[in-house]
Design a protein around this ligand. Structure first.
Ligand SMILES: Nc1nc2c(ncn2[C@@H]2O[C@H](COP(=O)(O)OP(=O)(O)O)[C@@H](O)[C@H]2O)c(=O)[nH]1
Ligand SMILES: [Mg+2]
Length: 206
């Protein structure tokens, strides 16, 4: 059967109306900060993980200080999906934490709306590299401090100063294991990134 243009246009409109917007969000931060945990906590699809047991060979490279309980490491990336509403679905890409996989970051960052950098107050410096990466590329990002049990709690302002964050970078506390908390973090990234891109479209006229 041959449809005329208007039939096709109508069909496209119908399809368009039922298709949610899909956005890509990166989940970054140092080794052992909770990236795999966060993606796993919210993802509706079984997270695609490429974890491998930490091997003796990797041990000198994968700095385990402070994450002694960790016996697996993400080799390539975590991948997950979360439906925020009928209109919005997020695809999550966890960035590899180890320096030796930095070559993957530029590929992962392609087409990303924004990112969240997870931080652990016991090892803040581990998240410096991720923050630098997004700052340099002008990719909007937020920082979420993953509150590990036993880690000292610092006021957000203290963490912000220690990370030398720009004022307009949102900083929140989270529990990467809790679905609601992880979801809030991701909604925060979307809101920040959308505000950021709106601000870029309408530069302040001074
Ligand atoms: N207590 C506590 N443990 C966590 C939390 N988030 C992650 N973990 C644990 O910390 C370890 C490292 O987390 P993981 O998600 O693998 O870190 P990644 O290297 O950033 O992917 C794992 O053993 C997690 O179970 C948290 O919020 N609280
Ligand atoms: Mg991981």
């Amino acid at each position: 059967m041959v449809f005329g243009r208007s039939e096709r246009a109508k069909a496209r409109k119908r399809r368009g109306a039922s298709e949610p917007l899909t956005l890509k969000i990166l989940v970054a931060g140092g080794f052992g900060v909770g990236k795999t945990t966060l993606v796993g906590a919210v993802s509706e699809i079984r997270p695609l993980r490429t974890e491998e047991a930490l091997t003796e060979a990797g041990r000198p490279v994968d700095d385990l200080a402070g994450v002694e309980a960790k016996s697996t490491t993400t080799v390539a990336m975590d991948f997950g999906r979360i439906t925020i509403s009928d209109e919005l679905v997020l695809y999550l890409f966890g960035t590899p934490g180890q320096d030796r996989f930095w070559f993957l970051w530029d590929e992962l960052a392609q087409g990303a709306l924004g990112a969240v950098v997870l931080a652990d107050t016991r090892r803040l410096a581990d998240s410096f590299a991720a923050i630098d990466y997004f700052e340099r590329r002008h990719i909007p990002f937020t920082v979420a401090v993953n509150c590990f049990d036993g880690a000292e709690e610092f006021p957000a302002e203290t963490v912000r100063e220690a990370l030398d964050l720009d004022e307009d970078v949102p900083l929140t506390l989270c529990d990467a294991r809790a679905r609601a908390s992880a979801r809030d973090v991701l909604v925060g990234v979307v809101e920040h990134a959308l505000a950021h891109s709106a601000a870029r479209r309408e530069p302040a006229t001074t």
